[in-house]
Design a protein around this ligand. Structure first.
Ligand code: 5GP
Ligand code: ZN
Length: 116
């Protein structure tokens, strides 16, 4: 996708600090980290969000989750982490290229959501 910032990161047109890469997925540090460890893991192929995945995306989605622990440990979150995938308007997704946030660090990340 031409005007997608994460596709531009995949293509190397926008710089990023890569922490893991294979033929299907790329992981890089979030530009505005919310926790000491804050990595975004994305499919290299443009997928807009979890609301638009198809059966063909099953493998890449599995890879994103299956790599999360290894990435978290390597980046300094050895004792667990949180994965967040904001989706669409209600999920308040800002970048319309599917991405999993891996957040963590030495200390617990905090409550999941404020109760309403
Ligand atoms: P969302 O709200 O869509 O789940 O999260 C988008 C995330 O992408 C945010 O945490 C934001 O800081 C990060 N982000 C936005 N633009 C860039 C960028 O150009 N480079 C990097 N590394 N992260 C970005
Ligand atoms: Zn994209």
């Amino acid at each position: 996708m031409n005007d997608c910032i994460f596709c531009k990161i995949v293509a190397g047109k926008i710089p990023s600090t890569k922490v893991y890469e294979d033929e299907d997925i790329l992981a890089f540090n979030d530009i505005n980290p919310a926790r000491p460890v804050h990595v975004l893991v994305i499919p290299k192929k443009h997928i807009t969000s979890l609301a638009s995945v198809t059966r063909e995306d099953t493998l890449v989605l599995g890879k994103i989750l299956a790599k999360a622990n290894e990435i978290a440990i390597a980046q300094g979150s050895p004792d667990g982490f949180r994965v967040i995938i904001n989706t669409g308007r209600v999920g308040q997704q800002e970048v319309p290229h599917l991405h999993a946030h891996i957040v963590g660090g030495p200390d617990p990340v905090g409550p999941m959501l404020k109760r309403i």
